[in-house]
Design a protein around this ligand. Structure first.
Ligand code: 5RP
Length: 222
């Protein structure tokens, strides 16, 4: 199977997984990226079974609306039953690196508001130690130099993501060459740097379930 076929398979598996949760008043949190896009396309086939969604990016909002799926402002909903999103890397503890699509801040906010976080990925994303994928950090633009110097002190090599402005009007530094042995500690340390909005480690609040598409079928990790 190709990587695209694996992504399609896990998008379909995610809809099967959440179908029993869907009721007329259910709000579904929807992530961002190529895997999340396939999930959106599958979820839309069941739009009559739930109330609507909260999306983690303008891109996902547009895709959902294109399918006629209602998208609510986060502040107008009481709760989100389940959040479904992809990842750039996951370890065995379901600590993630996210933000390859620059949506990490809204993704982390929607995660925080959701009862359950279901991560969907193909098997290439499962790693022993996080950090081969450069860690995205969303920053206030004027703090770029300061944050970069602090990230070097933490052992990383930050690179400015040229030409990218997040949905929140901010910039991204991608931090290379981190071997992330303690994701929770690093997530906290980076969050403490003045000028950082969010970092792409989802470890303090990890995924609850990882649906992993493999050539042998979908594996469910908890
Ligand atoms: C976007 C993300 C995505 O979930 C992550 O980049 C994975 O994307 P894809 O499904 O395209 O591989 O965090 O900010």
């Amino acid at each position: 199977m190709t990587q695209d076929e694996l992504k399609q398979a896990v998008a379909e598996a995610a809809v099967e997984y959440i179908l029993p949760m869907l009721e007329s008043d259910t709000i579904v949190g929807v992530g961002t990226g190529s895997t999340a896009n396939l999930f959106i396309d599958e979820l839309a086939k069941h739009k009559a079974k739930f109330d609507g969604t909260v999306a983690s990016s303008e891109a996902s909002t547009a895709r959902l609306k294109g399918h006629g799926v209602p998208v609510y402002d986060l502040n107008s909903v009481d709760s989100i039953r389940v959040y479904v999103d992809g990842a750039d890397e996951s370890n065995d503890h379901l600590h993630l690196i996210k933000g390859g699509g620059a949506a990490l801040t809204r993704e982390k906010i929607v995660t925080a508001c959701s009862d359950e976080f279901v991560c969907i990925a193909d098997e290439s994303k499962l790693v022993k130690v996080l950090g081969d994928f450069p860690l995205p950090v969303e920053i206030i633009p004027m703090a770029r130099g300061h944050v970069a110097r602090e990230l070097v002190k933490l052992g990383g090599d930050p690179v400015y993501r040229e030409g990218v402005v997040t949905d929140n009007g901010n910039s991204i530094l991608d931090v290379y060459n981190l071997e992330i042995l303690d994701p929770i500690a690093l997530e906290k340390s980076i969050d403490e740097i003045v000028g950082v909005v969010t970092n792409g480690l989802f470890a303090k609040r990890s995924a609850d379930v990882l649906l992993l598409a493999t050539k042998d079928g979908i594996k469910t990790l908890k």
